[in-house]
Ligand binder design. Structure first.
Ligand code: NOJ
Length: 541
């Protein structure tokens, strides 16, 4: 394929305006009937994604892994976990996706390995002071025998565990910003950087179009590993659930996150990707504190994109949505980057539920999605949002998220329930036969299956297909300039090229500016009802 084939209609790299669909492999489609999704299941459903109208698929990790964090604990970066299939299945998936015109983004997990990884096992065996231990962050206990510093795990509890060597106070500790089965690598050790360049090449050679980089802001820690200075009132002992404590982080001292040296890693990766054809890309999962710090990851010689979590974290408020839009566009313009927009992923409560649940939550979710799809840059969708799936209240005995297992509260299982494809009872065609999936699906999902929604143009699936088609027709060539409009305090309104977007976050209908309705998130008359968004412009003759 020539370079020009990779460019989108505006002649830019494909990822700048792409809509990317996130697949969480264990919950997407199960080909072998073991109750857990797999690569063959994904491949079999790629035509569904092509018909949905997305440009790319990001697949959460499918590497060899003990699955303590469902694949974000990698034991071998060069192989596929038998749960998900084989390397041949990965090749088949890549080939089929490319045949269908879909790009594939692989999830790279460089901050930590699994404790099952050969490097960590060798580190335990080799003991203190060894080169094997120097690939991770092993430290002696503090003089009083306590942990080397006061850092807490994102999943709750201390970020240090004792290595099973020595006895009592002379044992070393190792750092894990996540679960104890996810030891953090020491990115100041050149061996670590070299290993990941080799992993990048392994998947680039197989045809990966890009990488989603897990915990991109965490690789380098302040070298001293000094204590974190915690402001009064911020209790991190129960973990860092994305949608709550992330908001409170602004201005907090964080010697474990977003260190300046991390950018050298991405400059090196940028050069590696540039050796390959087809505009390969990198997207950062970087929970930074500000739009400006997010934008540093997408400077011209670093990554392509960073997830814009400010959009996902914004409450249902016209003014706050507007602030995120202007803040994001300014920050990315400063680095000549392009923005992204995301409302859901496998780590946060689904946006239907965040916005109030039920009919209200669904109306708002559709409206926020339509608004996002009109913005310049690229958008990320999470599997099942196109079906309007709500967060599921998973019973404690079915929860598997290490966050829940460490803290006894919350957890991310509720957005990871396997998709309903067809039929009237679980497993809703998730796998063959009657075998039940790894987390039970609610009976009420009988009304939300792909089959049922495909037969109903008014369904949320019908809405997503229409919205993605409208995006191709109206938004791709609308340019990158956004002009914010003032239509009242409860209304978010902006103009992008020939398209005017209006989102009513209030509880009363509002009048609409002139223009044909190009696309709407719900029923629209002469006025725009509450919790609805619309694109206005000139309909093609
Ligand atoms: C972010 C991933 O999205 C999340 O699922 C995972 O638990 C952590 N990083 C640790 O890898």
């Amino acid at each position: 394929m020539g370079l020009n084939d990779q460019r989108d209609v505006s002649g830019q790299e494909w990822w700048r305006h792409a809509v990317t669909y996130q697949v969480y492999p264990r919950s997407f489609a199960d080909a072998n009937g073991d109750g857990i999704g797999d690569l063959a299941g994904i491949t079999s459903r790629l035509p569904y994604l092509r018909d949905l109208g997305v440009d790319a698929v990001w697949i959460s990790p499918f590497y060899t892994s003990p699955q303590r964090d469902h694949g974000y604990d990698v034991a071998d970066y060069h192989d596929v976990d038998p749960l998900f299939g084989t390397l041949a299945d990965a090749d088949e998936l890549l080939a089929r996706a490319h045949e269908l015109g879909l790009k594939v983004i692989v999830d790279l997990v460089p901050n930590h390995t699994s404790s099952d990884h050969a490097w960590f096992q060798a580190a335990l065996a080799a003991g203190p002071g060894s080169p094997e231990r120097a690939r991770y962050l092993f430290r002696d206990a503090a003089p009083d025998g306590s942990r080397p510093n006061n850092w807490m795990s994102v999943f709750g509890g201390p970020a240090w565990s004792k290595a099973p060597d020595g006895t009592g106070d002379d044992a070393q500790w190792y750092l894990h910003l996540f679960d104890e089965s996810q030891p953090d690598l020491d990115w100041r050790n050149p061996e670590v950087g070299d290993m990941f360049v080799e992993v990048l090449r392994f998947w680039l050679d197989r045809g990966a179009d890009g990488f989603r980089v897990d915990v991109a802001h965490g690789l380098l820690k302040e070298e001293s590993l000094r204590d974190q200075v915690l402001p009064g009132g911020l209790d991190l002992s129960r973990g860092l659930p994305a949608t709550e404590a992330m908001v409170e982080r602004a201005g907090v001292d964080e010697p474990m996150w977003d260190q300046p040296e991390v950018h050298d890693v991405y400059r090196r990766w940028h050069e590696v990707l540039a050796e390959y054809d087809g505009d390969r890309m990198l997207v950062a999962e970087a929970w930074t504190q500000t739009p400006e710090s997010m934008a540093r990851y997408i400077r011209e010689d670093e990554m392509s994109q960073a997830f814009n979590f400010a959009w996902l974290l914004a409450p249902w408020s016209a003014s706050q949505f507007a602030d995120v839009i202007t803040g994001t566009l300014e920050a990315v313009a400063d680095v000549h980057g392009s923005p992204t927009w995301v409302l859901s992923n496998h780590d946060v409560a689904r946006h239907v539920t965040r916005y109030g649940g039920g009919e209200l939550g669904l109306a708002r979710a559709r409206a926020a999605t339509l608004t996002m799809l009109a913005l310049p840059g690229s958008a990320y969708l999470y599997q099942g949002e196109e079906l309007g799936l709500p967060e599921v209240d998973v019973a404690p005995e079915h929860k598997q998220d290490p966050f829940f297992l460490r803290t006894g509260v919350g957890g991310r299982d509720g957005c990871r329930v396997p998709l309903p494809w067809s039929g009237d009872a679980p497993p809703f065609g998730f796998g063959p036969g009657d075998g039940q999936p790894w987390i039970p699906q609610p009976d009420a999902w009988a009304a939300l299956t792909v089959d049922k929604q495909e037969a109903d143009p008014g369904s949320t699936l019908g809405f997503y297909r229409a919205a993605l088609a409208a995006r191709r027709t109206f938004a791709h060539t609308a340019g990158d300039d956004v002009e914010m409009l003032d239509l009242g305090a409860d209304v978010l309104a902006f103009r992008r090229g020939p398209v005017t977007v209006v989102l009513n976050c209030g509880d009363q209908p509002v009048g609409l500016p002139a223009g044909d309705v190009l696309m709407a998130s719900g029923p629209v008359a002469d006025t725009l009802p509450a919790d609805t968004a619309v694109w206005l412009g000139e309909a093609p003759a």
